[in-house]
Design a protein around this ligand. Structure first.
Ligand SMILES: [Zn+2]
Length: 465
């Protein structure tokens, strides 16, 4: 049997409290990599001990064997337990014994019909939706299928208490996000192809060597072809790498995963495989080469390397600026607000996270309040001196929702960094400008016409003389 951690026991107590208050369909939010299956197993044990039946519904088959093992180890009475994938369970609801308690793994999917069919078939059962991210893209949210939410500890708290490893985050921007188009809830493969910089494959290896050399890494790619290219580039650099995708033979896949676990393989590139469940304990670096519009995937990707170990600091290398959509992985998020269907939300309650800044020397990406004495908290480079005004380099989350704005901002940052005149006028107002060059630079920076610069300059001259 597992000895539960204090925060896991706390969550279990909160769930029973919520039930005592009359709630029957409860969202249980727990960050990735914090042992939610153990929590489910313990509740299942307590339920079956009393002779009540439980049902465990999963989204991906990779998770099933491992979850069964955890339930058995925890002493759950398996004769009172039904475990299976949503697609098979929902076809047999009339033949299966009625459960008193249903666990939905990856509960943020549960708003879809296939899950509702199961939930509706057992109206008297308690339902627990376990998820790291109780939020959906689009209008409808989880308040439609739940009457309470239990929120777990924050990622910051878990890191401070050594349940997750601390990390360094680097945003490298090998992507033109304005080309991304959504299809079926995430970016389309065609648009990801178009948006990615073609030099990304070589760049991935270079940046790995610069930031995480010698660490075991998982690379998330947007297509089989790109995963193969990444693997080739690593091999060319003499770093052992393999690629796994949905078409890879199960035997080959198991062997490669075992090789990685045994630390005989440094790099494992994949397309959407190592997300939910699959256990890879010693990943110390994550490389994101695939943009996503799903917060759930973003956290599963980026937090894959956060299993703690004495003295470990994980490295997250984001080639596709996913942080522009979601902030950093450990941002505090308001889940109570997130579960409310959009037209029920109070106007103006849209939230934005804390300001994020970026170092133009190492491309470290961090909260602005981590900056001490104007130095990059990752590399120690002086931000102020280098960037003239690092506030301009800061990416505000309110603005980044608009790809066009980001593009402009990036272009502007580049200009400022390469052009001293632009840098000089970046934090000035027109009244502080003097030379024609300065007016022209200001016009360029703020997208004013060349005529504006001429007019302002001449106007100034007239008044002066
Ligand atoms: Zn830096």
């Amino acid at each position: 049997m597992f000895k539960l951690r204090d925060y896991q026991n706390e969550t279990i107590d909160q769930i029973y409290q919520s039930m005592k208050h009359g709630h029957r369909r409860i969202i249980v939010q727990q960050p990735p990599r914090t042992g939610k299956t153990v929590i489910m197993a313990e509740i299942a044990r307590r339920t079956t001990v009393k002779g009540n039946r439980v049902m465990f519904v999963i989204h991906r088959k990779e998770v099933l064997a491992q979850a069964k093992e955890t339930f058995k180890q925890q002493g759950v009475d398996m004769s009172l337990t039904t475990m299976g994938m949503v697609q098979s369970l929902n076809r047999h609801t009339d033949q299966l014994p009625e459960p008193q308690l249903i666990f939905i793994d990856e509960g943020h999917h549960a708003i879809s019909k296939s899950y509702r069919k199961i939930i509706d078939a057992y109206p008297n059962a308690y339902v627990l939706y376990f998820t790291a991210t109780p939020i959906r893209t689009g209008h409808n949210q989880m308040d439609q299928i739940s009457d309470d939410i239990v929120v777990g500890k924050s990622i910051k708290w878990l890191t401070d208490h050594h349940f997750l490893a601390p990390f360094r985050y680097y945003g490298l921007g090998d992507i033109d996000r304005s080309k991304l188009r959504k299809a079926n809830g995430d970016y389309s493969t065609a648009s990801m192809d178009e948006a990615l910089n073609h030099q990304i494959y070589g760049h991935i290896v270079e940046q790995y060597q610069r930031l995480a050399n010698g660490k075991q890494a998982v690379v998330y790619c947007h297509s089989i072809e790109s995963a193969k290219k990444v693997t080739q580039q690593f091999a060319k650099a003499g770093i052992s790498a393999a690629e796994i995708d949905g078409d890879t033979d199960q035997g080959v896949r198991d062997r490669l995963v075992q090789k990685f676990r045994d630390q005989q393989l440094m790099i494992l590139a994949n397309v959407n495989l190592f997300t939910e469940g699959v256990d890879l304990p010693n990943v110390d670096c994550v490389i994101m080469a695939r943009p996503t519009s799903s917060l759930s995937l973003y956290l599963q990707f980026s937090m894959r390397c956060l299993n703690p170990r004495e003295g470990k600091t994980a490295i997250i290398i984001d080639h596709v600026d996913n942080f522009l959509n979601f902030g950093l992985p450990n941002e505090d998020r308001n889940w109570e607000a997130a579960i409310v269907t959009k037209d029920k939300r109070k106007a103006g309650s849209a939230e934005s996270g804390p300001a994020i800044a970026q170092c133009n020397f190492c491309f470290g990406t961090f909260y602005r309040d981590q900056i001490v004495n104007g130095l990059c908290p990752l590399c120690g480079h002086e931000l102020k001196k280098e960037n003239k005004d690092y506030k301009i380099v800061n990416v505000d989350l309110q603005e980044i929702k608009d790809n066009q704005a980001v593009k402009k901002r990036k272009a502007m940052i580049n200009k400022i960094l390469t052009n001293q005149v632009l840098a000089n006028v970046a934090d000035k107002s027109p009244s502080q400008l003097h030379t024609l060059k300065e007016f022209q630079a200001y016009a360029e920076l703020h997208d004013y016409s060349a005529g504006w610069a001429w007019y302002q300059f001449n106007n100034r001259r007239k008044h002066k003389w």
